[in-house]
Ligand binder design. Structure first.
Ligand SMILES: Cc1cc2nc3c(=O)[nH]c(=O)nc-3n(C[C@H](O)[C@H](O)[C@H](O)COP(=O)(O)OP(=O)(O)OC[C@H]3O[C@@H](n4cnc5c(N)ncnc54)[C@H](O)[C@@H]3O)c2cc1C
Length: 472
C-alpha cells in the first residue's frame, strides 16, 4: 500500500492526570474509581454511551461474581450490580442472593439502566466524558516506556491531549499498540481466532411458557434463560433454517417483562483488527439474527409472538489483540487455583472458549473444554496486577479484554465483572503512581492491594508484596 504523509497543526487540550481510552466495563470503572480518589480524568469513548459490550454490544448479562459460597467480586462492580437491581433495571425474578452467592449464576440487566448509571456515576465523580471520540494516535516513547499524550478525533477535529497517566480500555489494545507496546494478536500470533457474535434484543416473549431449567448447579445461564433446545436446533439445521449450521448456543436471556437478549450465532474467523472483516461480520450478523428470529418463533414455545427489536451497534468480539504484560496469566495458574500476593481480584468463571468453527469436531472440543476447564464451588484463582501493565511501561495500563493472559485463561477473564475489577485496580494504581512517583511497572503492590480493600475489593491473601509477580 502507498503511504501519504499527513502534517498538520492540531489544538492541544489542557493536561489531565489520567486519560482513559474506551468506556466499557474496564474503562468506565477505571475512570470513575480514579476520579473518586480526586484526580482529573478524561474518558474518551468512540460510541455515544458508556458500557461497551454491555450496552452498545447488547451483552445484557453479567458473568458470575460469586463462587457458590462467597462473593468474589466486590468494589465498584458490586456497587453497580446492586444499583441496577435497586433502580429496577433487572428482571423481577432476580434477587441479591442470585449474584452474591450463586454458582454459575449469570445476572441479567437492562442496557438502558447500565448507560444511565454510568452517566450518573461519571458526572458525580467529576469524570470528563467525550462521546463519539476515538483515540487515533499516541505520542509515546517505547524506550522510556512513557506516553506523553494521545491524539483523538471527534466532530471538532483532531486534538492532542497530554496527561500524566493513561489507561487503554479499548478491548483491542488500540492505545497500547499505537504506543508501540508489545502485543499479541489472535490469528497472527495464534493459529485461530475465537468467533464473534452480533447480539440482539427480542420483545414479546411469554417467559411463563418458556421452559427454563432452574437450580441446576451444572447448568450455565439456564436459570435466567434458555439455550436453544438442542433437539430443536438440530431439527432447524436439518430443515435449512440457518445460513451457517451451528450447534453451539444460541442463548436467550430474560431481560425483563417480555424482553430477551440473544447471544445467537457465531461469526467464524472474524478478525476485529481488520475493517473489512468487521464490516462483513456485521452484515452477516444481521442476516443471522433474522434466521434466529424465525427459529425461536417457529420452534420454541413462548416465542410465538416474539419480535426482533434490534441488533447491536458494536460487534461482539471475544478475542483480538492483547498486551504482553509484566505477567502473563496462564492456564496452569488457573488450574492450580493460584493465589498471588499482588492479586487485584479473584474469579471463578469456567474457560469459555467457543468452538472455532461449526464442524462436529470443534463442537466436541468445545464441550470437552467446558467440562474440564472449570473451577468448583468455593474455588477461585487470582488475577495479579502485572497482567495490566504493558511490559516496561511507566505510565500506561490496560483494563479489560486486552489484559495479558494466555488464550485459555483469557477465555475466563475476558468478561465484564473481571474487566471492571481490572478497571478499578488500574484507576487506583494511576492515582498511586501520580501521588508517589512510582511507575506502573514498579508500583508498590502491597499499597495498591490495601487501597483496593478499602474500596470494597475482596482480596483475602494473607501475604502482600511490594513487588508485583512477574513472568520470567
Ligand atoms: C458475544 C459475547 C457475549 C458475551 N457474553 C458475556 C456475558 O454473558 N457476561 C459477561 O460478563 N461478559 C460477556 N462477554 C464479554 C464482555 O462483554 C467483554 O469481553 C467485556 O465487555 C470487555 O470489557 P472491556 O471494557 O475490555 O471492553 P468493551 O466492553 O469492548 O469496551 C470497549 C470500549 O472501548 C471503545 N473503544 C474502542 N476503541 C476505541 C478508541 N480507539 N477510542 C475510544 N474508544 C474506543 C468501544 O466503543 C467500547 O465502548 C461477552 C462477549 C461477547 C463478544
Amino acid at each position: 500500500m502507498q503511504s501519504y504523509k499527513l502534517e498538520r497543526e492540531i489544538p492541544v487540550d489542557r493536561e489531565y492526570d489520567l486519560v482513559v481510552a474506551g468506556g466499557g466495563p474496564g474503562g468506565a470503572a477505571a475512570a470513575i474509581c480514579a476520579a473518586r480518589l480526586g484526580i482529573r480524568v478524561l474518558l474518551l469513548e468512540a460510541m455515544g454511551c458508556l458500557g461497551g459490550m454491555g450496552t452498545s454490544g447488547l451483552v445484557c448479562v453479567f458473568d458470575p461474581i460469586a463462587d457458590g459460597v462467597r462473593t468474589l467480586v466486590g468494589g465498584f462492580m458490586l456497587e453497580l450490580i446492586g444499583a441496577l437491581h435497586d433502580r429496577g433495571f433487572m428482571p423481577e425474578s432476580i434477587t441479591p442472593d442470585h449474584w452474591l452467592y450463586g454458582y454459575h449464576n449469570w445476572t441479567p440487566f437492562h442496557p438502558e439502566g447500565l448507560k444511565l448509571l454510568l452517566d450518573e456515576y461519571t458526572q458525580a465523580a467529576g469524570v470528563e466524558v467525550r462521546f463519539f471520540t476515538r483515540v487515533i494516535d499516541a505520542d509515546a516513547d517505547p524506550k522510556t516506556g512513557r506516553v506523553r499524550g494521545v491524539i483523538a478525533h471527534n466532530i471538532e477535529g483532531y486534538r492532542y491531549i497530554p496527561a500524566k497517566t493513561f489507561v487503554d480500555a479499548t478491548g483491542d489494545a488500540v492505545l497500547a499498540d499505537l504506543c508501540g507496546a508489545q502485543c499479541r494478536e489472535a490469528g497472527r500470533d495464534t493459529d485461530k481466532i475465537m468467533p464473534g457474535t452480533l447480539c440482539s434484543i427480542f420483545a414479546g416473549i411469554d417467559w411463563d411458557r418458556v421452559d427454563i431449567v432452574r437450580d441446576d448447579p451444572d447448568a450455565i445461564h439456564y436459570n435466567i434463560g434458555i439455550p436453544g433446545p438442542a433437539d430443536k436446533v438440530e431439527e432447524a439445521i436439518r430443515e435449512g433454517y440457518f445460513t451457517q449450521p451451528d450447534r453451539q448456543g444460541p442463548y436467550m436471556h430474560i431481560m425483563g417483562g417480555t424482553l430477551g437478549s440473544a447471544n445467537a450465532g457465531h461469526i467464524y474467523n472474524l478478525n476485529a483488527l481488520n475493517c473489512k472483516s468487521l464490516t462483513d461480520g456485521m452484515m452477516l450478523g444481521r442476516k443471522m439474527a433474522q434466521e434466529y428470529k424465525r427459529f425461536y418463533k417457529d420452534k420454541v414455545p413462548g416465542f410465538e409472538a416474539a419480535e426482533h427489536v434490534c441488533t447491536a451497534s458494536l460487534m461482539g468480539v471475544r478475542e483480538s489483540r492483547r498486551i504482553v504484560g509484566e505477567y502473563e496469566l496462564t492456564i496452569d495458574d488457573y488450574m492450580a487455583r493460584r493465589q498471588f500476593p499482588d492479586q487485584i481480584g479473584l474469579f471463578n468463571k469456567f474457560v469459555d472458549i467457543h468452538a472455532y468453527s461449526n464442524s462436529e469436531e470443534e463442537y466436541r472440543a468445545f464441550c470437552e473444554r467446558n467440562a474440564r476447564l472449570r473451577l468448583g464451588r468455593g474455588e477461585c484463582h487470582g488475577i495479579p496486577y502485572g497482567i495490566l501493565v504493558p511490559r516496561g511501561w511507566e505510565n500506561l495500563w490496560v483494563a479489560g479484554r486486552c489484559n495479558s493472559s494466555d488464550v485459555l485463561v483469557h477465555g475466563s477473564i475476558r468478561v465484564m465483572p473481571a474487566a471492571a475489577m481490572m478497571g478499578q485496580a488500574v484507576g487506583t494504581a494511576a492515582v498511586q503512581s501520580i501521588r508517589t512517583g512510582q511507575p506502573a511497572c514498579d508500583l508498590d503492590t502491597a499499597q495498591l492491594v490495601e487501597s483496593l480493600r478499602q474500596a470494597g475489593a475482596y482480596l483475602p491473601q494473607n501475604e502482600l508484596s511490594r513487588e508485583m509477580t512477574r513472568s520470567k
